[in-house]
Write a protein that binds this ligand. Structure first.
Ligand code: 5GP
Ligand code: ZN
Length: 139
């Protein structure tokens, strides 16, 4: 897509530190290097994010994650890894071509915090919400 920075990377119009490429996907180092080896995995086909992704693109994209994650771990000696995907601005998406972050983790005191607030569960509310979501799942 015109003016999409990641489409330009796929086309080779903008340089990137490429880690992996095949017919469907590409992976390259994130400029920000949150930790050493911070990598982005993207579908070559332009799609905004997971909320707009079809199953076949998702299969192509997410199927590559384990081998890429293992390569990254072997190459860097990371102890673990966060795999993160942001959808829409409210969730932290700033580049609107779908991508998955692989963030290798080395040290408990690296200052990175990914926290979800925990609430006392109301199982009645949870049950209703689960049913509501279930009814929206596409065939
Ligand atoms: P988001 O915030 O959308 O989940 O992540 C976008 C990521 O893309 C950011 O971590 C940012 O550092 C990275 N990024 C933005 N522009 C470029 C670029 O031109 N090249 C590379 N390699 N990474 C980029
Ligand atoms: Zn794009």
């Amino acid at each position: 897509m015109d003016n999409c920075i990641f489409c330009k990377i796929v086309a080779g119009d903008i340089p990137s530190s490429k880690v992996y490429e095949d017919d469907q996907v590409m992976a390259f180092l994130d400029l920000s290097q949150t930790t050493k080896g911070h990598t982005l995995l993207i579908p070559k086909k332009h799609v905004r994010n997971v909320l707009e992704m079809d199953e076949s693109t998702a299969q192509d994209l997410f199927a590559r994650l384990p081998k890429l994650a293992r390569a990254l771990q072997k190459a860097t000696g990371a102890v673990g890894m966060n795999i993160i995907n942001n959808n829409e601005e409210i969730a932290g998406q700033s580049v609107f071509h779908a991508h998955v972050h692989l963030v290798p983790r080395y040290d408990q005191n690296d200052g990175i915090k990914i926290e979800y607030t925990t609430h006392e569960p109301d199982f009645n509310v949870l049950g209703k919400l689960a049913a509501q979501i279930a009814s929206e799942v596409e065939e």
